[in-house]
Design a protein. Structure first.
Length: 145
């Protein structure tokens, strides 16, 4: 399935035409149709991903998960796990905000971009914790439950 096919499917689910989507996103006429054979620019891809509230990896076919928030706290995390994740996220945010001149692609990182980065990092931390719980035998875990 191409990037265009995924966008077309999402548009159909939202009951919006491709031309209307292009108009709403201030894109040129038929620019989405070019995605059948060309890889879109990262900015344009992000714009479409934001519109549909999906990840760019989903649009590119690198992932079958549409959303970052598919891993919820209720999915087998103990109170200790939630505290560990919260502490780790706090440490990551402190490390990022205490850095001088935090940049992304040569531009200063805005607060909104930092929040997006933190959301992605939280997904990664939760996913890693979930995978580790699944594959590490209980006798080797360092949990006092």
């Amino acid at each position: 399935m191409t990037t265009f096919d995924r966008v077309k499917t999402l548009a159909h689910e939202q009951k919006i035409s491709i031309s209307e989507l292009e108009r709403q996103l201030d894109m040129g006429k038929n620019s989405l149709y070019r995605w059948k054979k060309q890889t879109p620019s990262s900015d344009t891809l992000q714009k479409v991903a934001d519109y549909f509230n999906v990840t760019t990896d989903y649009l590119l076919g690198r992932s079958t998960q549409k959303h970052f928030h598919n891993i919820k706290d209720s999915e087998g995390f103990t109170e200790k796990d939630r505290k560990d994740i919260g502490k780790r996220m706090e440490d990551i945010r402190n490390d990022l905000t205490n850095s001088d001149g935090l940049m992304f692609s040569g531009e200063p990182l805005s607060e909104e971009a930092l929040d997006s980065l933190m959301d992605a990092m939280e997904y990664i931390v939760k996913h890693t914790k979930k995978v580790n719980k699944k594959y590490i035998p209980k006798k080797y875990r360092k949990e006092a439950e």
